[in-house]
Design a binder for this molecule. Structure first.
Ligand code: ATP
Ligand code: MG
Length: 565
């Protein structure tokens, strides 16, 4: 491809709305452009990367027996009502105004729909169905370029099985295929245990990339390799010490004291002497959750404990349930289920709300006064806490989710009646698994992990072009003749070459552009060198630049491509 006639609009300036390296560089290198918040166009060079990633995914999916579909993005709303997911997705689901349609954010429903029509007996199973297709989610805060888009490309696959053992096999196949995909893409990643969330189902794992731009937190143990999403990560509990002095329960007036910090200041006590109360609604019933001091409630852990979704109670509900507003709620006199963090087990002399506005209660002994409390691990793990496997200090860091694998079970097949007949002619819901990879996220995460101050550093597998050929002074015939010949020869040999044949661009401009775009190898054709029958070759990753004789150029290029990743 000749740069003089191609559309790769590179930019010198940093785009104002871009903060993270991948977003900045993908725009500056002319790979993407924003159309509107969270909606991006792939420009020709960027789309080449998308196609390369997709091809790697396709090869690995086909290798585990996946069959490629292309399902409609426009879905009748009814089918999403049937599974309860119009509500579960809430505002994230895009609705089409003039018809009762939704834009699919994922495709479990449509897969179950087709399975219902066509899979009849256990003999038709197992199946692995996949597609690489556009998804729509009205993300509340689209950001970080294509990492969180409102429209994005996903490889989504689904396993259909007759037995749970077969689901395990299909899940394991995906686990292995995902490793192969991300390894081939050259990404450094972690595999972590995860919460199954609104998807339902049992086991789920995520493939994560460490990055400050991430919105997930991962707890990781350097020593034993334990890694989990903080939604489910555990650490060694540190229960509060039980105090020797045994107080009785007493009520205390605390006008206008609403938060734990205000309570600590008002009473001159420590945060660890307070039990924070939060009321949640689960399956229509109130649940009081108690935490030490300012510890946040890990709602994913709570959902896992309850086996159902939770939401915080609304202010009006709070008053109804407890008789008080948020800030004055507590366990004494609370009618309903009480779930407390492990660290509160056996704690005494604690303060909490009195279920009466502007009052708190002190001297609470969890063993004596909150006997009906059930204790669970409900906290978010923090850096420095002990690993439950080996005791070493855990590190908590931000990460981006690249892919997710789920054992879904029968939630969708049951809701949509996708059944099969077993050997005895008995009906069962098909057992499903669901597996996703964000294609643009793979792209952006690769850039996040491969750049320097000059630009992107592509490896040979995902690079839009393998070689950038720079004709330095295209007004000189010697340069034109030599670079044209090299361009045609390398193209004939099967290399995908981006030829900077621009007549008016200066050498410095071409060098900067080539480093910004970051193709793995640069060949620089200058007037002085060519008169001595040499060119310069630069390997972008190590920045090394050396002279190569023209008659050795092609063997040298082959050698370089053998040696680089
Ligand atoms: P997140 O927690 O980041 O919102 P998710 O858990 O909702 O992601 P899944 O439903 O598991 O995402 O989707 C499968 C994959 O699709 C994710 O692992 C991710 O790589 C990709 N993905 C999800 N949402 C987006 C988005 N808004 N933009 C780009 N890729 C996305
Ligand atoms: Mg996910």
């Amino acid at each position: 491809m000749r740069l003089s006639s191609s559309f790769i609009p590179t930019l010198k300036e940093v785009p104002t709305d871009a903060v993270i390296p991948s977003h900045i560089l993908m725009i500056r290198a002319g790979l993407i452009r924003q159309l509107s918040a969270g909606i991006y166009s792939m420009l020709p060079a960027g789309y080449k990367v998308i196609r390369k990633i997709s091809e790697i995914i396709r090869e690995e999916m086909n290798a585990i027996g996946g069959q490629e579909f292309h399902l409609p993005a426009l879905n009748p709303r009814e089918i999403w009502d049937d599974t309860g997911r119009v509500e579960a997705f809430g505002d994230t689901l895009f609705h089409v105004k003039n018809r009762d349609y939704v834009l699919a954010p994922t495709h479990e429903e449509i897969i179950a729909f087709h399975a219902k029509g066509s899979v009849k007996s256990y003999k038709d199973l197992p199946q692995i169905w996949y597609q690489i297709q556009t998804k729509f989610r009205n993300e509340a805060r689209p950001r970080s370029g294509v990492i969180r888009g409102r429209q994005f490309l996903m490889k989504d696959s689904y396993t259909l099985d007759a037995t749970w053992e077969d689901l395990d096999i299909g899940y394991q196949k995906h686990y292995d295929a995902y490793k192969a995909i991300f390894d081939r893409c050259g990404l450094k990643y972690f595999i972590v245990g995860a919460h199954s969330g609104a998807m339902g189902g049992s086991k789920s794992e995520e493939f994560m990339v460490k990055s400050d731009a991430g919105e997930d937190n991962i707890a990781y143990c350097e020593k034993c390799g334990y890694a989990a999403n903080s939604e489910v990560a555990a650490s060694v509990n540190k229960p509060l010490d039980r105090k020797d002095e045994q107080k009785e329960v007493f009520e205390i007036s605390t006008p206008n004291v609403k938060s734990i910090d205000e309570l600590c200041e008002f009473l001159s006590i420590d945060e660890t002497e307070c039990a924070k109360s939060r009321v949640y609604i689960s399956d229509g019933k109130p649940i009081l959750v108690l935490m030490v001091g300012n510890d946040e409630v890990n709602e994913s852990k709570l959902e896992n404990i309850l086996g159902s979704q939770v939401r915080p109670a609304h202010p009006e509900e709070l008053l109804d349930i407890t008789g008080a507003d948020a800030g004055s709620i507590g366990p004494i006199g609370f009618k309903g289920r009480i779930i407390a963090d492990m660290n509160l087990k056996d704690a005494n002399n604690m303060y909490s709300g009195a279920n009466k506005n502007d009052y708190h209660i002190g001297g609470i002994d969890f063993t004596r006064d909150v006997a009906n409390a059930e204790f669970f691990d409900l906290r978010f793990v923090e850096t420095g806490e002990g690993c439950t496997n080996c005791g070493e200090a855990l590190e908590v860091f931000k990460a981006i989710e690249l892919g997710h694998i789920f054992k879904l079970g029968t939630k969708y097949s049951e809701a949509l009646g996708a059944n099969f007949l077993d050997e005895n002619g008995k009906d069962h819901p098909i057992i499903m698994g669901s597996y996703g990879i964000g294609v643009e996220r793979v792209f952006a995460c690769y850039v996040e992990q491969n750049f320097d101050e000059r630009g992107i550093i592509w490896g040979k597998k995902l690079a839009p072009f393998q070689i950038q050929l720079l004709g330095l002074n295209m007004k000189k015939d010697v340069v034109v003749d030599a670079s044209e010949k090299i361009y045609l020869d390398l193209t004939a040999k099967g290399f995908d070459v981006l030829f900077d044949d621009r007549i008016d661009a200066s050498a410095g401009f071409k060098f900067n552009d080539a480093d910004l775009m970051g193709m793995p190898v640069q060949i620089i054709v200058g007037e002085r060198n060519i008169k001595e029958n040499t060119v310069e070759v630069k390997v972008r990753r190590d920045g090394e630049r050396f002279q190569v004789k023209l008659d050795e150029l092609y063997s040298k290029i082959d050698e370089i491509f053998e040696s680089i990743e």
